[in-house]
Write a protein that binds this ligand. Structure first.
Ligand code: ADP
Ligand code: MG
Length: 238
């Protein structure tokens, strides 16, 4: 269902229980998988939770994906949003368990990132195993995420299972050399993921077969880890 956030926000009663979690997917470096992770993680979480996807990226990649999915979208969707809408989402506290936010990969529009990160309970920073992506990713973390005190973790994406040792090398770079928090889950590179936007498919709607099972497994595991990270019982553990 497509949601008109302005309407919802102005007509609902402001009551907050603190249950709803806002998870944003942020990296100033483009092409790391922000849109893919937002949409697929939203689908995985929608198996167990009420999920809303909000897109504040002017490029609107999720809108195209959502249109291709037609009525098969397993979560509510609000494309083309201004970032300021995020600070008013407490109105939706009883409607959703998770709000996932896709953001632009831009070096210029820093205000959008600041507003999104400030509104977030958790920030996922996708990183593909490309040496040239490390510096802009670390800059995003150090300039926009760490100073704001929000919980965050890097998510390795587009890991190539055929390259021996690639995953281990990148885990070690993050854990030891760079010392940044990392999700245990990682997403491998699959054609099923690359094809998903044009097909309008998601890990919960695609047929489970030899070509799709790896992507389904990866995203399901990510969904479980994110749920675990944000469940109220475990919050003191951070
Ligand atoms: N795990 C993956 N396997 C295969 N292709 C992927 C994967 N993650 C992202 N892609 C592809 O990489 C490109 C960039 O991903 P995208 O999600 O659009 O990144 P961003 O939103 O950060 O710019 C897209 O063509 C997307 O389909
Ligand atoms: Mg994108």
């Amino acid at each position: 269902m497509t949601v008109m956030l302005a309407d919802v926000a102005s007509t609902s009663v402001a009551t907050t229980t603190g249950g709803m979690k806002i998870v944003s997917v942020v990296n100033q470096k483009g092409g790391m998988g922000k849109t893919t992770i937002t949409m697929q993680l939203a689908a995985a979480l929608s198996r167990w939770h009420r999920v809303l996807v909000v897109d504040v990226d002017p490029q609107q990649s999720t809108v195209w994906w959502a249109e291709n999915a037609e009525r098969h979208l397993p979560f509510d969707f609000a494309g083309s949003q201004r970032p300021s809408v995020l600070s008013r989402l407490s109105h939706l506290d009883h409607e959703y368990d998770f709000v996932l936010v896709d953001t632009p990969g831009s070096l210029e529009d820093t205000r959008t990132l600041e507003v999104v990160v400030d509104a977030s309970d958790f920030v996922i920073v996708p990183l593909a195993p490309e040496p040239l992506a490390v510096e802009p990713t670390m800059r995003t973390i150090q300039r926009f995420i760490e100073p704001r005190g929000v919980r965050f973790a890097v998510l390795l994406n587009r890991i190539d299972p055929r390259i021996h040792g690639q995953l281990e090398t990148w885990k070690e770079l993050l854990d030891v050399t760079l010392g940044v928090p990392r999700l245990d889950a990682c997403l491998r590179q699959y054609k099923a993921q690359a094809d998903a936007p044009v097909l309008g498919s998601l890990v919960t709607t695609v047929r489970d077969n030899r070509n799709t099972q790896g992507a389904i497994w990866d995203v399901t595991r990510l969904g479980l880890e994110v749920t675990e990270q944000l469940s109220p019982q475990l919050q003191g553990a951070w």
